[in-house]
Design a protein around this ligand. Structure first.
Ligand code: 3UK
Length: 550
């Protein structure tokens, strides 16, 4: 257990606590800021919700969906009712793992708070997961309970025969009212919240890993409150009258923080919509009068291209004032396109599932094209060489961070890869420049060694994205007899452009003029779309596999 260990756990089921990494494998945790001093007893759901209502904000707008609109008092009441169902009808005991399955919605938010209030551990799952993937997570986290959107029930039912631990499942239907809502309606609107220890686990977030069994990252009540005290007040600086909106699922910590925990921490409201593809998000921002948007770089790019096509005079999105990008590197071309279309400077930030949320970022005033930003107050960062020694500024190495949150994998030998010498190693190659700005190069396993040179796929992608014909692209290394590896680009063209040999040549020449010529893609393949994860990340490993096979 870590330095802030608290033996008085509220968990009767100690499954998660028993599977924490051994103390020697934990990262160093830093609580240097005055706002990072936490009491030994802490339930983050109570802090975020009950406390807000006790402060007199009960009538303020809180969560808004396509057909639901709840105040803080209403979300609190619904969460409390569902907590009663979990405990009284479903036999939940503190420490049990509860699977949540549903697209973003106010009801899903109420389920999240209900589990945490009852001392349970939330395991969020991406709506698109299939039975096989669900079964893997259920086995790994020994999940005992599930709250599932009725429309997504089928895949969970298909998984159940392989899931002996999963004893209790209830379905919800949101505004339409379902089985869970009917049970909840009969319960009181108040609930005796479980008095959890600050270091009791409340969340297992699975990584959207590319290889192997997904890793479950353990987060305690204190981690979530610590995250609220770092990036949001120091970089985002949202206000109580803000209206949050965005695309990341609540099962992804980018979405859980950005679209639920952070807005509630400042008394703001949040719009939770089920479908938030770029063509749905753009009208939703306007329709709901959203002021703060969270989405991925490709989504900003797609929305900017749409706005440019409509040729609407500024401002097209009059209420929008802050835009956050994370999940993968924000290309300079995308930042510029969005600024042209909306006048807004994007707040880029790198976060990870292991650290819960963003730890390097730049606000509008510090934003620099091509750089991620500065270390967020509360965190420290370093660039390390292969041996774990700090490198001087300007040199590319492994990004290492530590702060009030950090990596704790659930029973996983890969803990010693992510955490070394007290640092969290994100797996990214970065450099720190003379201004303390951190500049992303590539995932360390995405670096391409071609003709004896080390080059980063994302740098070539950034150059291609500056060309007006390019909508999206992905650049990987392809095994090659002569060069060892050659640079290959997969390109999606914007409407009206033809993917022919002349276009390939034009793009190659364009890259040679934009960055060092040896980095140009020797092969270009045109595609209708690129493989992406549900969180918007380009799956370069898939392109690599295809390149190797083709
Ligand atoms: C990459 C970025 C460059 C980077 C996440 C914000 O993405 C999140 O978590 P994941 O565990 O992935 C982490 C990895 O994604 N990455 C994320 N943001 C950036 N690379 N610039 C960025 N701005 O490789 C990192 O190691 O899926 C992001 C908040 C919470 C999150 N979980």
């Amino acid at each position: 257990m870590d330095a802030h260990a608290n033996p008085a756990t509220a968990h009767l089921d100690t499954f998660a606590r028993d599977r924490l990494p051994p103390p020697a494998q934990l990262p160093e945790f830093l609580f240097e800021l005055p706002e990072l001093q936490f009491a030994p007893r802490l339930n983050c759901a109570v802090e975020l919700l009950d406390r807000r209502v006790a402060l007199g904000d009960g009538a303020r707008p809180c969560v808004v969906g396509q057909r639901q609109r709840w105040s803080y008092a209403e979300l609190l009441a619904e969460s409390n009712r569902i907590a009663h169902v979990l405990v009284e009808d479903m036999g939940l005991v503190p420490g049990n793992r509860v699977l949540l399955r549903g697209a973003n919605s106010p009801t899903l938010a109420a389920c999240w708070f209900a589990v945490v209030k009852a001392g349970g551990i939330v395991v969020g799952t991406m709506p698109l997961l299939r039975a096989r993937e669900l079964a893997t997570l259920i086995a790994k986290a020994e999940i005992t309970h599930a709250l599932c959107d009725a429309r997504l029930a089928e895949e969970l039912e298909l998984a159940r025969p392989q899931c002996p631990t999963l004893a209790r499942v209830r379905h919800f239907a949101g505004a339409a009212g379902g089985e869970l809502e009917a049970l909840a309606a009969a319960k009181p609107a108040t609930f005796a919240d479980v008095d959890t220890a600050a270091d009791d686990i409340c969340l297992i977030a699975f990584t959207s890993g590319t290889t192997g069994v997904p890793k479950g990252t353990l987060h305690c009540h204190r981690d979530l409150m610590a995250a609220c005290a770092c990036w949001p007040p120091h970089v985002l600086r949202a206000r109580a009258d803000d209206v949050f909106i965005g695309s990341p699922p609540l099962a992804f910590t980018f979405g859980l923080g950005g679209l639920l925990v952070f807005p509630l921490a400042v008394g703001a409201s949040t719009v939770l919509i089920e479908k938030a593809t770029p063509d749905a998000l753009l009208p939703a921002i306007a329709a709901f009068g959203a002021t703060v948007c969270f989405t991925a770089p490709t989504s900003y790019r797609a929305m900017a291209l749409q706005l440019a096509q409509q040729r609407q005079p500024l401002p097209t999105l009059p209420t929008l004032r802050k835009c956050v990008s994370a999940g993968e590197a924000l290309p300079a071309a995308t930042r510029a396109l969005w600024k042209e279309a909306t006048g807004i400077e994007i707040i880029d930030g790198i976060g990870s599932t292991e650290l819960f949320h963003i730890f390097i970022s730049a606000d509008e005033a510090h934003a620099r094209p091509g750089a991620t930003g500065l270390v967020v107050p509360g965190y420290r960062a370093a660039i390390l060489d292969e041996a774990g020694r700090p490198l001087p500024r300007g040199q590319v190495g492994r990004l290492a961070v530590k702060g009030p949150t950090g990596c704790r994998y659930l029973d996983d030998a890969r803990q010693t890869q992510y955490v070394q010498g007290g640092w969290n190693l994100t797996g990214d190659a970065y450099l720190e420049d003379d201004d303390g700005q951190y500049v992303f190069q590539a995932r360390t396993d995405d670096m391409i060694v071609s003709g004896g040179y080390n080059l980063a796929g994302p740098e070539v992608e950034s150059a291609l994205l500056l060309h007006p014909a390019v909508a999206e692209c992905g650049v990987v290394g392809k095994p090659d007899a002569a060069r060892g590896t050659l640079v290959k680009a997969y390109v999606v063209l914007r409407p009206g452009y033809a993917g022919d040999a002349a276009m390939a040549k034009a793009l190659q020449d364009f890259v040679k003029r934009t960055i060092a010529p040896y980095k140009y893609p020797r092969e270009i393949e045109f595609r209708a779309s690129l493989p992406r994860t549900e969180t918007g990340k380009l799956q370069r490993f898939r392109l690599r596999e295809e390149a190797a096979a083709g």
